[in-house]
Ligand binder design. Structure first.
Ligand code: NAD
Ligand code: SER
Length: 316
């Protein structure tokens, strides 16, 4: 029987991952934790506890006491926020990962999911259809921490046998929980402002193409990667995950097809430089071949669902 710990469970990904894992493994077997207090819905659906991943002793104690068998570690400072406090972000992102790797080594919880990002690539990486293995010279503190994290994950796998699994998520788009301070957040904000104000001022330029993915695809594939037979995994760093690539203008055009009165303007800020250093599109054929990564949402389907759900959320 699996007993699963989710660290950072109240964030954009965690809030949806908890629900999906509880459906599959039973409410009582999925332990949600975070440094914030949860809403009523999550608290009612199964166990929740305040747990700071930076506190190694408590983390290890929790894992042993609750007989945890696998851990999803989602705690991190995202790209935009990390550039505002580089040293702190480095400390938090690396310590959060190293504590879970060490806790896995010192306990029975040998299976660990920790997400990497398209931020591992940098301005010298080929921008289009970026291969799995290529030049990687990230120039953001977030990207540097993700690349170092991938290397440590593979090291703990090879040296200590930790069942480390990871993907390089593209920008994730969801309506349930606000994104946590990244460069791809515009692609969520745009829907909320389209519904409330009918307009949006985008912090990236019109032509900035980035890889994105609807949350449902991200959650389904994350669980698939964690469940697949480990012998099928040729990589123990992190798999490219592409989703769909579009620019702010293409996204706005698609919204305008459904809301002709919607207006967009562009005022790029410091996040433009981050986006310019990332790939425009990604080759994820290794993940497709190894463990069957499969994406269901294209841009049109994503815009339909986002407009419907955001409207329902904001206007009942
Ligand atoms: P988020 O910021 O929405 O959520 C992170 C959660 O971690 C928050 O609920 C926060 O309270 C919690 N947290 C922060 N510090 C903690 C600590 N010390 N101990 C325990 N919990 C703590 O982030 P997210 O978007 O859900 O991303 C989760 C992971 O996925 C991160 O590693 C992120 O880098 C990665 N990722 C996300 C995206 C995306 O588009 N959302 C893309 C690529 C990679
Ligand atoms: N969505 C994330 C960010 O923008 C990508 O890792 O930080």
């Amino acid at each position: 029987m699996e007993r699963i710990l989710i660290i950072g469970s109240l964030g954009q990904i965690g809030s949806e991952l908890v629900v999906a894992l509880r459906k599959k493994y039973g409410n009582e077997n999925v332990f949600a934790t975070d440094i914030k207090n949860p809403g009523k819905e999550l608290r009612k659906s199964g166990p929740f506890q305040i747990l700071d991943v930076l506190d190694f002793k408590n983390l290890l104690h929790f894992i042993i006491r609750h007989h945890i068998t696998q851990v999803y570690n989602l705690a991190a400072v995202l790209s935009g926020n990390a550039e505002k406090m580089p040293l702190q972000a480095w400390d938090i992102n690396m310590k959060a990962l190293m504590n879970t790797l060490e806790a896995a080594r010192q306990s029975q919880a040998k299976k660990l999911f920790w997400p990497s990002s398209i931020a591992v690539f940098g301005p010298t990486t080929p921008r289009h259809n970026t291969p799995q293995l290529t030049v990687m010279e990230p120039n953001t503190v977030y990207g540097i921490s993700k690349l170092a994290g991938e290397r440590w994950g593979e090291y703990y796998n090879k040296r200590y046998g930790i069942d480390f699994r990871s993907v390089r998520y593209p920008g994730l788009i969801s309506y349930k929980t606000e994104p946590g301070g990244g460069t791809t957040d515009y692609a969520v904000e745009i829907f909320f402002e389209a519904v409330t104000k009918g307009s949006y001022e985008c912090f990236l330029s019109a032509k900035t193409a980035l890889p994105m993915m609807f949350m449902e695809d991200a959650i389904r594939n994350t669980i698939k990667l964690m469940e697949v037979d480990g012998n099928r995994l040729s990589l123990r760093s992190a798999y490219n995950m592409a989703g769909i690539s579009f620019t702010p203008k293409e996204l706005a055009d698609s919204i305008q097809k459904r809301m002709p009165e919607f207006k967009i303007s562009y005022k790029p800020d410091f996040r433009q430089a981050i986006a310019d250093s990332w790939p425009a599109s990604i080759d994820d054929s290794v993940a497709r071949n190894d463990w069957g990564l499969n994406i269901k949402f294209d841009l049109e389907k994503l815009v339909d669902v986002m407009l419907e759900k955001v409207t329902k959320k904001l206007k009942g």
